[in-house]
Design a protein around this ligand. Structure first.
Ligand SMILES: NC(=O)c1ccc[n+]([C@@H]2O[C@H](COP(=O)([O-])OP(=O)(O)OC[C@H]3O[C@@H](n4cnc5c(N)ncnc54)[C@H](OP(=O)(O)O)[C@@H]3O)[C@@H](O)[C@H]2O)c1
Length: 255
């Protein structure tokens, strides 16, 4: 009996935003391990270069590219580069997001509101549009949006962030419905509390952590690598009939 090839990504080109550390780094490394050529992206090229170098050192294929997804002209420039260098894109993982202000929702300042919307909604939206146009030219692809459990149940003092993550869940369904005809699938990953720099204010504070754990049946936070397998499923042929879903990877939190 031969092993399944359902999870193979040989010959695929994948773009992962926010891939210089945390969940995005783990996703980039797993997709590369499965054979994809991964475009490793974030705002700062140094971190992307380090992740790409680590992938190449393990025998994989990776290209580092700087792109601030809150800046429209940087999105345009990165897709011009992808067209010129690769001519196609098979997998887009919208993972980079921002959460600049922890505060009571009534105290949200307008600059934090604008930044969060620009990166988490407009960034995901126009990255998906550019990727979708390229995928349509080549018969299809898979878009994976890293949303959050906060998109279903708002996190305390994370109002505007949670609102943008709720928008990402609905964005996922809109792209799934309208792009299915082009062979493009679009799904969302909803991580629970994961041990990264992003969540360090929660994970590194013992009293906050103990409170959070009371709501997580598996009674621990996730490691970034525990998010990557779900993304591999959504990126690969293993999920060929799956589109428009939100996949909770949250230790049971939303249950
Ligand atoms: N950690 C959690 O508990 C948790 C829970 C639910 C959902 N999530 C979601 O998971 C995703 C990844 O979070 P993480 O925890 O892995 O965060 P992280 O460790 O802080 O990593 C964030 C990554 O995004 C990049 N980045 C930040 N702003 C960017 C921008 N405007 N444009 C492009 N890249 C940008 C960062 O690199 P540069 O600084 O070089 O740009 C870095 O590579 C996010 O969508 C987050 O909302 C996380």
């Amino acid at each position: 009996m031969s092993k399944t090839t359902l999870f193979d990504l040989d010959g695929k080109i994948a773009f992962v935003s926010g891939a210089s550390r945390g969940i995005g780094e783990a996703i980039a490394k797993l997709l590369a391990q499965q054979g994809a050529h991964v475009i490793v992206s974030s705002r700062k090229i140094e971190g992307c270069q380090a992740v790409a170098d680590a992938i190449v050192a393990e025998g994989g294929k990776a290209t580092p590219v700087a792109c601030h997804i809150g800046e429209m002209e940087q999105i345009q420039a990165v897709f011009a580069q992808i067209r010129e260098q690769f001519g196609r894109l098979d997998i887009l993982v919208n993972n980079a997001a921002t959460n600049p202000q922890f505060c009571h929702v009534l105290d949200t300042d307008v600059s934090a509101f604008q930044k969060t919307v620009d990166v988490n909604i407009r960034g995901y939206f126009y990255m998906s549009i550019e990727a979708g146009k390229l995928m349509r030219e080549h018969g299809g692809g898979s878009i994976i949006n890293v949303a959050s459990i906060n998109g279903v149940t708002p996190g305390n003092f994370q109002g505007i962030y949670s609102i943008t993550k709720g928008a990402v869940i609905n964005m996922t369904k809109a792209f799934a419905k309208e792009c299915a005809q082009f062979g493009i699938r679009c799904n969302a990953l909803l991580p629970g509390l994961t041990d990264t720099k992003f969540a360090s204010a929660l994970v590194k504070n013992d009293s906050i952590l103990q409170m959070a754990l009371q709501h997580i049946p598996l009674n621990r936070v996730a490691q970034p690598s525990e998010m990557a397998g779900a993304v591999l499923y959504l990126a690969s042929d293993a999920s060929s009939y799956t589109t428009g879903v939100s996949l909770n990877v949250d230790g049971g939190y939303l249950a």
